[in-house]
Design a protein around this ligand. Structure first.
Ligand SMILES: Nc1ncnc2c1ncn2[C@@H]1O[C@H](COP(=O)(O)OP(=O)(O)OP(=O)(O)O)[C@@H](O)[C@H]1O
Ligand SMILES: [Mg+2]
Length: 527
């Protein structure tokens, strides 16, 4: 089934402190870590929202109408855009979340759809794309405040709620959490990394199996029984994840993070396995707009984001012959999400700050390109292997019985019985005829070695026809002989009658009388 990448736009409100980056290089604590402690503390956010579409000297002027985002390019910025005479640009999305939208609304529309797809057995991916500070981590994970928790924690809670509702289906849920930092991938849940320098962390290695499936070595998969265990893993990973500071975000993600949920269900021996990738990308930065703090990190982030863009451009090209997934770890690991077997959702996050209009348009353009990419999705389901094996054993017994009824058994040489669902072609038929002729001309009568069941059936039918023909020929010959025999019998009886007569005459009158009567009879017959 073809499925387009769904695209959504989220516009971040202007926050009071959004431009005042209190630079804090030691920020290395996940905002989610405080979920547990801050459950009831909802007043510690210091931001104000612009009022919907209101025009503010500092905010982008835009209009939203039926999922079309119309952005007005200010007079002084218009030169340099594709058509500098145009004042507004329209962009289509599957959904737009305005500055006033809440985390709950986003989960209602995106999160619930993803849970439904995953339970039905589809692979799913949700990823956020946008410049640094535009709200990717906020959308995926949330902020300090529990009430503002993002898609991932809400998804975990609702997933287990759904699992408890579906009492007749057995579910197993597994979690892995990795980050890609400076083009190396690490397991964020590997305890061995805890007190170690990153140089000693075990790197995740990526390779493709014979079926071109991406396999990851050194990434643990942890089984979780409930939402609490799953949330603990998310929080643990976020503690460890690389966070730094940029001009726009003092708790900026310096790595791409991929939180994986594997859902395995068994519904009456029908097994479904779906993989859910929840991706929080690191944000792109314009070099001029950043501090000169960690240029290596920035270089890797920008490079991998531009490789992501190249993959999307290649997927949109007509022939799709070569997709450069292998250029970066992120695109290799997300290969299935981009053009593969996965229902993918992209949330483009933009700032409503006029100063970042260029970055915002660039993110919107990326998402428009993504919206044209088609994935080929199918439900990942199979029968329970044990049930399947038992079914095959039963089928095997039935076929053996059938062969025995035809007078053939395969005990002599099992290697020659290979199921072949195709009808025989002329060449294969000729092959059978050679086998039959060898069999008929061979005095020892060694077994006929057919290559497959179809050949065997052909040989049986051929032999039955052969025997039938032989029988008819034999029968007509027999008839002729019997007829001949009957004639001979009549002649024999006649001759016997004659001898009987001769004997009687000879006994009675002697030989002379016999010859006299014999000639008389002969004369009478001739007249
Ligand atoms: N829609 C929003 N409403 C309120 N606050 C928001 C919103 N989006 C983001 N924020 C706040 O803005 C700040 C930056 O957001 P966030 O860390 O999510 O950006 P990011 O896109 O992940 O950036 P980076 O690429 O640097 O990691 C955070 O303090 C976050 O709480
Ligand atoms: Mg982030």
């Amino acid at each position: 089934m073809k499925s387009y990448i769904e695209t959504y736009l989220r516009i971040k409100p202007l926050l009071i402190n959004s431009n005042n980056n209190t630079k804090n290089n030691s920020t290395n604590i996940s905002t989610l870590s405080s979920y547990i402690h801050n459950n009831n503390n909802i007043n510690d956010e210091s931001f104000s929202e612009t009022n919907g579409n209101s025009i503010n000297s500092n905010s982008i002027e835009y209009d939203i109408n039926k999922n079309i985002f119309s952005i007005k390019i200010p007079e002084n910025l218009r030169t340099g855009y594709v058509n500098n005479l145009k004042k507004t640009y329209d962009f289509h999305f599957n959904g737009i979340f305005d500055v006033s939208s809440t985390q709950e609304e986003i989960f209602e529309i995106i999160g619930k759809k993803v849970i439904k797809n995953s339970i039905e057995g589809y692979n799913s991916t949700v990823f956020c794309y946008g410049q640094t500070g535009s709200g990717k981590t906020y959308t995926m994970c949330g902020s300090k405040n529990w009430r503002e928790r993002g898609i991932i924690p809400r998804l975990l809670i609702n997933l287990f709620k759904k699992i408890r509702e579906l009492k007749n289906i057995k579910f197993d849920v597994y979690i892995s959490y990795m980050e890609i930092y400076n083009e190396n991938a690490y397991d964020l849940l590997d305890n061995n990394n805890n007190n170690n320098n990153i140089d000693n962390w075990k790197k995740i290695t990526v390779y493709e199996d014979n079926n071109n499936n991406i396999m990851l070595k050194n990434l643990g998969l942890i089984k979780v029984e409930n939402e609490q265990q799953a949330l603990d893993l998310l929080i643990t990973g976020n503690y460890i994840r690389h966070i730094g500071s940029t001009t726009m975000n003092n708790a900026s993600s310096r790595s791409h993070a991929i939180f994986n949920i594997i859902i395995e269900s068994n519904d009456n021996n029908l097994i479904r396995v779906s993989k859910l990738n929840l991706v929080d990308l690191a944000g792109s930065e314009r070099i001029k707009s950043t501090n000169n703090n960690t240029s290596i990190e920035r270089k890797y982030i920008n490079l991998s984001l531009s490789f992501l863009e190249q993959v999307i451009i290649a997927l949109n090209s007509k022939d799709r012959t070569h997709i450069p997934y292998r250029n970066s770890l992120m695109t290799t690991i997300l290969k299935d999400s981009l053009g593969g077997n996965c229902k993918t959702i992209l949330i483009a996050t933009i700032s409503s700050n006029i100063n970042y209009i260029e970055e915002s348009i660039s993110s919107i353009r990326f998402s428009v390109r993504c919206s044209k990419v088609t994935n080929n999705v199918s439900i990942n389901e199979c029968m329970d292997l044990n049930v399947l094996v038992n079914k095959l054993i039963g089928e095997n017994e039935r076929l053996k019985k059938l062969l025995n009824e035809k007078g053939i058994n395969d005990n002599n040489d099992k290697n020659y019985l290979v199921l072949n669902p195709n009808p025989l072609n002329d060449y294969e038929k000729d092959e059978c005829k050679i086998l039959i002729s060898e069999y008929l001309n061979n005095n020892k009568k060694e077994p006929i070695k057919a290559k497959n069941v179809n050949q065997l059936y052909y040989i049986i039918d051929f032999l039955i026809e052969y025997i039938d023909k032989k029988e008819t020929k034999y029968n007509s010959k027999m008839k002729e002989i019997i007829e001949e025999k009957k004639k001979l019998k009549i002649i024999e009886e006649k001759e016997n009658e004659k001898f009987k007569k001769i004997n009687e005459i000879i006994k009675k009158n002697g030989l002379k009388k016999y010859f006299q009567e014999f000639f008389d009879d002969e004369n009478n017959n001739n007249n």
